[in-house]
Design a protein around this ligand. Structure first.
Ligand SMILES: C[S@@+](CC[C@H](N)C(=O)[O-])C[C@H]1O[C@@H](n2cnc3c(N)ncnc32)[C@H](O)[C@@H]1O
Length: 204
């Protein structure tokens, strides 16, 4: 389920309506649907889509006119896109000059064994699949997810990026509800890394 603070962040960063938006990696289309109800014209894409309102397409192959979007939104999806450079180039081509990019991500290079341990400890009671060892969990993620610095490097060729805002993210990872405050407390105490990242960019 979409976290209310993610929705608030995206809404606050988007340009005023009417505007044409691209959502990259839209999953089940929940955010896209809420933004449509807000009055935006939304094209939502996801190569794994089984939802009629989300077009089954990968970013680098998306067939839409150049500079035809006023803004793009990507919620925990850019770390997955392949190939990264080509996908970010396509994003740059599709968003008009002066258009907005809204990114919610996590930084896999900040996800350490403490974070994995906390995550897995909270996952177990709800019976989710978990890796036996935090170290393996971290290694597995780092093996197949783009580090944030590479995503930002690829985007920065096309977008002027504001300073990323770091914060909690682990609580959104299929954990029981109500753990955001606990994660924030541990981050403030220096006992967990802040792996969440939010940032806004403007098309050059
Ligand atoms: C972690 S999920 C996030 C889904 C949704 N944004 C959410 O917050 O629930 C990442 C999504 O990115 C999608 N994805 C992977 N590669 C992609 C690509 N090349 N272009 C667009 N989306 C992609 C995946 O299929 C997946 O649904």
């Amino acid at each position: 389920m979409l976290a209310s603070d993610v929705l608030a962040f995206v809404r606050a960063a988007l340009p005023p309506r009417p505007a044409r938006l691209l959502e990259v990696g839209a999953g089940d289309g929940e955010l896209a649907e809420l933004l449509r109800r807000d009055g935006y014209d939304v094209v939502a894409i996801d190569p794994a889509s089984a939802t009629p309102t989300v077009r089954a397409a990968a970013l680098h192959e998306l067939q839409e006119p150049s500079a035809s979007f006023d803004a793009a939104v990507a919620v925990v999806s850019l770390h997955h896109v392949e190939p990264l450079g080509e996908s970010c180039q396509r994003l740059g081509e599709l968003v008009r000059a002066g258009g907005t990019l809204v990114v919610d991500e996590f930084d896999v290079e900040r996800l350490d064994e403490r974070a994995a341990h906390w995550l897995l400890a909270h996952r177990q009671p709800v019976g989710r699949e978990h890796h036996a060892e935090p170290a393996d969990f971290v290694a597995d993620l780092r093996d197949h997810i783009h580090p944030l610095r590479l995503v930002l490097e690829a985007l920065s060729e096309w977008f002027r990026l504001e300073e990323p805002v770091r914060g909690p993210h682990l609580h959104r990872w299929e954990l029981p509800p109500g753990l955001q405050a606990a994660e924030e407390h541990l981050i403030a105490a220096g006992r967990l890394p802040a792996i969440g990242v939010r940032l806004v960019g403007t098309r050059r």
